[in-house]
Design a protein around this ligand. Sequence first.
Ligand code: NDP
Length: 300
Amino acid sequence: MTAQLIDGKAFAATVREKVAAHVSKLKADHDLTPGLAVVLVGEDPASQVYVRSKGKQTVEVGMKSVEHKLDRDTSEADLLALIKSLNADPTIHGILVQLPLPDHLDEDLVINSIDPAKDVDGFHISNVGLLGTGQKSMVPCTPLGCLMMLRDHHGSLSGLNAVVVGRSNIVGKPMAQLLLGDSCTVTIAHSRTKDLPDVVRGADIVVAAVGRPQMVPGDWIKPGATVIDVGINRIDAPERGEGKTRLVGDVDFDSCAAVAGAITPVPGGVGPMTIACLLANTLTACCRANQLEEPEGLTV
Ligand code: NDP
């Protein structure tokens, strides 16, 4: 491996420390505790793990954590009523509805019922519009974490060619907006992109958010480029024993690490930064709600 490893786990720990320090200052100076409410509908096992982890880390940085676990068959009216009450609750500064929702619930309607100021996932249409027009917004956690790591590694991103593979509303599109905001020349690639290997070969920065295990091989990577692997895919790992699995990203780590200048691992790269940025967003939301100075370096 020649690439420098971008250690998302260690970076996330520094973000959490900064958040925790600011939270204790808010408590001491203003008697204020940031609060995050997470709403989970149904029993999706992966979502349950995420929600548990979010709640645990929220408490660890000194914030208030509230979890609302609703039955799978909860009606839209009941879910909207819960969000309305959280919108009105002055002790709650961030609201996160864990996605995906069961099919009978309209995801757009639910997300857009959250007060945009408390929308710590940054998915509300107002926040999407604010980000797209370069205004102060709540920024989606995963792309925010990627941007923090890129800024830390490169300093200025100005003028660099960035290719984002994937155009989802939660990762690809906001990632592209953030890179554009930092004056990269941005290309968004997707399943219909022609000559994807050549497109990726032109990139100083590659962000892979595709959902296909190890799809990007090393010979697509320009020597010295920075590779950010957003993908989380579970694959069979018979070498670890019968029925065992392991997590891999959307890039083929070994071949990419042999060519890249820097790369994030999976696990231990983007994943830990996503939750750290959720905590950062909750703190930011609390500061904004109380007209207090925002902590530096925790948002764009
Ligand atoms: P989506 O399925 O919503 O989007 C995938 C995107 O990849 C689509 O735009 C799709 O193109 C594109 N794509 C699919 N196949 C190809 C292909 N062969 N060539 C080029 N582009 C392709 O996924 P998400 O954005 O939600 O997630 C992406 C990955 O990131 C997943 O592995 C997910 O688990 C992970 N993830 C990780 C997070 C973290 O915290 N680390 C958080 C969120 C997601 P098209 O639009 O044309 O269909």
